[in-house]
Design a protein around this ligand. Structure first.
Ligand SMILES: CC(C)(COP(=O)(O)OP(=O)(O)OC[C@H]1O[C@@H](n2cnc3c(N)ncnc32)[C@H](O)[C@@H]1OP(=O)(O)O)[C@@H](O)C(=O)NCCC(=O)NCCS
Length: 294
């Protein structure tokens, strides 16, 4: 395949990623995020190459993920992953070796994932983008992605430790049906496979109000999403965490009541981000926050 961008254009091909590619791709992933984040004085998304390699190892071997690498003369230039556990594809992380950026490799990796989503009949594709990153914003918008939601990545421990009338407990497999039903009401689709995986990993929690499930989170972390009936239900989930995994949770900045509650409770904004989508998108009818994919 020929790259589609300005010269110099490397020749490269795109092929499925294998678990053996994880170490090289993890190193590129770490360097790509570290370089762009440091250039803008933001904390890196991945603390070390080992961490990014661990995440990519999981994705490259998980049957619910579609993962590809771009390769030139046997050298890996970058990789892309898409979570396919619901009718919406969630893209990320996509990274290109800093030495090869801005030459069309990222566009080809994105186009490949979008073509694959179309072929499998996905209702849409979404991603979360670092708002300060001009290149990724421009690339995704030119591929048809629309800006849906400004997000504030927030970290800390809330001063208020619980919400009256709401109780939070670990999620069980028997909760999945109720959580799926709630997700369909709020978003128009469910993320049950993701929730089941999170329950097995012991990161998922539910909030109960008036004796029934009013919300859930797959994790209080950058890699977790949450869906709830109301802001107080979501606040109960947020307040149950001692801290959030990774750089923080992704609070929709336009949800003023939630955002202001987080600020009043002492949470700090670590980074602005943007949710983007192509295909199906319903304005959510409830309280929610996305994970780092969507
Ligand atoms: C984001 C990333 C994957 C893109 O890959 P890439 O190979 O550098 O990107 P490409 O060269 O294919 O495409 C970049 C496009 O943005 C355009 N672009 C770059 N800066 C721009 C700007 N300031 N304004 C407008 N367009 C811009 C380029 O012209 C190009 O468009 P074209 O294909 O129409 O010429 C890569 O830069 C990367 O790994 N960045 C660090 C990690 C990261 O941020 N990943 C994304 C997480 S959301």
């Amino acid at each position: 395949m020929n790259a589609m961008s300005a010269s110099p254009q490397p020749d490269f091909n795109i092929r499925p990623a294998t678990p053996e590619d994880a170490a090289v791709c993890g190193e590129i992933c770490f360097r790509a995020f570290d370089t762009i984040s440091r250039a803008h004085n933001f904390p890196p998304d991945f603390p070390s190459p080992d961490h990014s390699t661990g995440v990519l190892s999981m994705m490259f071997s998980h049957p619910g993920f579609y993962c590809v690498v771009a390769e030139s003369g046997g050298r890996i230039l970058g990789s892309n992953c898409m979570d396919e556990r619901s009718i919406i594809g969630g893209i990320g992380p996509i990274t290109v070796d800093p030495d090869t950026q801005n030459r069309g490799v990222g566009r080809a990796l994105m186009q490949n994932a979008m073509d694959h989503a179309r072929e499998r009949g996905a209702a849409g594709v979404r991603l979360v983008q670092a708002a300060f990153h001009n290149r990724s914003l421009s690339l995704y918008a030119s591929l048809g992605f629309e800006v849906r939601e400004p997000l504030s990545c927030m970290q800390g421990k809330t001063a208020q430790r619980n919400v009256p009338g709401c109780s939070v407990r670990p999620a069980k497999i028997s909760d999945v049906d109720a959580c799926n039903e709630l997700s369909r009401r709020v978003h128009g689709f469910d993320r049950g496979r993701e929730l089941s995986d999170a329950i097995q990993q012991n990161t998922a929690v539910v909030v109960e109000r008036n004796g029934r499930i009013a919300g859930y989170a797959t994790a209080l972390a950058l890699f977790g999403h949450a869906t709830a009936e109301t802001n107080p239900d979501l606040q109960a989930l947020i307040a149950s965490a001692e801290s959030f995994g990774g750089p923080g949770i992704l609070v929709p900045s336009r949800n003023s009541a939630l955002f202001q509650w987080c600020l009043a409770n002492g949470l700090q904004v670590t980074q602005p981000m943007t949710l983007m989508s192509v295909g199906l998108y319903n304005e959510p009818a409830g309280a929610w926050f996305p994970n780092i994919l969507y």
